[in-house]
Design a protein. Structure first.
Length: 412
C-alpha cells in the first residue's frame, strides 16, 4: 500500500492532467451517446405515431367516399360525425405527445453543454486585445458583417444593419448581391434559366477569366435532355461550340453518354458522375466565385475567412498562455504590433507576399517597411538605421555603399 501511495504521489503533473482530460472526454462522450440514443428512439416513435395517424385519417376519408357512392350525405350521419370528432381529438393528442417528447430531448442536449463546461474550462482572454478595434476598424468590421449577410441572402437584415450603422452604401452596391442570391436560389431548385441569362450578359468578362461556368451550365442541361430525348440532346449539343477548345476531354465524355442513354443505363455507366447532386453544388460555388470576382470581392466571405483563420490559430494562442505567466514575458504581446510566435495557417490563407528582413530576421510592417538600397538589395528600415554610420552605410551583401538619402521604400 505504501508503495502504491508513493507511486501515486510521484506521478507527474502532466500525466494527472492528461488523465483528468481523458475522464472529461469520456464524460462528454457518454452524454452525447445518451442524447443520440434518445433522439433516435424519439424519431422512431414519431414515425410510428404519424403513420398510425395517417392510416386512421385515410380510413375516415374512405368512409366518407363510400357514403357518397350510395347517395347518402356523410355530414347527416351521426356516427360519422362522432368519428370525425374523435379523429380531431386523436390528431391533437398525437401532436401534443410529439411536442412533449421533443421538449424532453432538450434536457439531454443541455447536459452535453454542462459536461463540456464542467470538464473543459478554457481561459480564452489571450485570444484578443482590448484596443484592437478603433473607430475606423469598427466601421470596417461592420461592413464585413453586412457583406456576409448579403452573401447569405439575408438582404433585409443586411439593409437594416447598413441603415442602423449609418454606412454609406447606395442601392447600386446591393443590387449584385440581390441578383446573386436569386440565381443561387433558382439553382438550388434546379432551375438554370436565371444563371444562363446572367452568363449571357457577362460573357465577355467571364471569358476573360477563363471561367468554366458557361460550360458547366450547358453540361447540366445536356444531361437532363439526354435522359428524356436523345434527339433534343443532340440538337442542344451545338451550344458547346464556344467551349470546345477549353473542354475537349469533357465533351468527349459527354458524347460517350449517348451509348448509355437508353433504359436508364447512364446511372450505372462510367459517366454516372454527371448525375451526381454535387454537380449543382459545384455550379453554385463557381457562380459565387465569378460574381464576387466581378464585384472585386474574394470568393469566400471575409468574415468567414477571419473566423476560420482565428479557429486555426486558437490552439497555438492558448498554448502561448502558459508561457505568458512568467513576469518577463507578461507584456510580450501587448507591447508589440505582431504575434510573439509564428502560426502557419496553410497555403489557403496566403493572400500576399511578406518580406522578411535578412538582417533583423523579422517580417516587415507598416512602421518597419522593406527598403531598397542603391545596389538593389533589400533590407528593413530598422536594419538601415542600425547599419548607417554617419551619412553612409555598407550593404551587408555586397561591397557597394549607400548614402543616407538613397534607400527607397518597397511596396509588394
Amino acid at each position: 500500500n505504501r508503495k502504491m501511495q508513493a507511486n501515486i504521489e510521484g506521478k507527474p503533473d502532466g500525466e494527472e492532467k492528461d488523465n483528468k482530460e481523458w475522464k472529461g472526454l469520456e464524460s462528454v462522450t457518454n452524454e452525447v451517446e445518451k442524447a443520440a440514443l434518445k433522439i433516435n428512439n424519439a424519431h422512431q416513435q414519431y414515425y410510428k405515431d404519424i403513420d398510425s395517424l395517417l392510416e386512421y385519417v385515410t380510413n375516415m376519408h374512405q368512409q366518407f367516399v363510400d357514403l357518397k357512392e350510395v347517395d347518402q350525405d356523410p355530414m347527416s350521419n351521426f356516427s360519422i360525425m362522432q368519428s370525425l370528432a374523435r379523429s380531431v381529438e386523436r390528431i391533437k393528442e398525437t401532436l401534443s405527445k410529439i411536442s412533449s417528447n421533443h421538449k424532453d430531448l432538450h434536457s439531454s442536449i443541455s447536459k452535453i453543454g454542462k459536461a463540456i463546461d464542467k470538464n473543459f474550462v478554457t481561459d480564452d482572454h489571450i485570444l484578443s486585445k482590448e484596443d484592437v478595434l478603433d473607430t475606423n476598424k469598427h466601421n470596417a468590421l461592420t461592413e464585413i458583417i453586412c457583406e456576409h449577410l448579403l452573401r447569405l441572402g439575408c438582404i433585409d437584415v443586411g439593409k437594416t444593419l447598413i441603415k442602423e450603422a449609418e454606412l454609406d452604401w447606395d442601392e447600386s452596391r446591393l443590387e449584385p448581391f440581390t441578383e446573386l442570391n436569386q440565381i443561387l436560389r433558382a439553382c438550388r431548385d434546379h432551375n438554370l434559366d436565371p444563371a444562363m441569362q446572367w452568363v449571357k450578359r457577362h460573357k465577355t468578362a467571364l471569358d476573360a477569366r477563363n471561367s468554366p461556368l458557361e460550360f458547366m451550365l450547358h453540361r447540366i442541361k445536356f444531361i437532363s435532355l439526354l435522359q428524356d430525348d436523345e434527339r433534343q440532346a443532340l440538337e442542344y449539343a451545338r451550344h458547346f461550340g464556344g467551349c470546345s477548345q477549353r473542354h475537349q476531354k469533357e465533351l468527349q465524355k459527354l458524347m460517350a453518354c449517348f451509348l448509355f442513354s437508353k433504359n436508364g443505363r447512364l446511372s450505372t455507366s462510367p459517366y454516372a458522375t454527371f448525375l451526381s447532386p454535387n454537380i449543382w453544388i459545384e455550379v453554385c460555388d463557381v457562380i459565387v466565385r465569378d460574381a464576387c470576382a466581378m464585384m472585386g470581392l474574394p470568393s469566400e466571405s471575409s468574415l468567414a475567412i477571419s473566423l476560420n483563420a482565428g479557429c486555426l490559430a486558437a490552439t497555438s494562442l492558448l498554448m502561448l498562455k502558459s508561457q505568458l505567466k512568467y513576469p518577463h514575458l507578461h507584456d510580450v504581446w501587448s507591447n508589440a504590433d505582431e504575434l510573439p510566435i509564428e502560426i502557419d495557417l496553410g497555403s489557403k490563407y496566403h493572400f500576399h507576399s511578406a518580406f522578411a528582413c535578412p538582417v533583423m530576421r523579422s517580417r516587415s510592417s507598416n512602421s518597419n517597411p522593406p527598403m531598397r538600397l542603391s545596389c538593389g538589395h533589400a533590407i528593413s528600415k530598422e536594419a538601415v538605421n542600425k547599419l548607417l554610420t554617419g551619412s553612409k552605410m555598407k550593404c551587408p551583401y555586397c561591397p557597394q555603399e549607400t548614402r543616407r538619402d538613397e534607400p527607397k521604400e518597397l511596396y509588394f
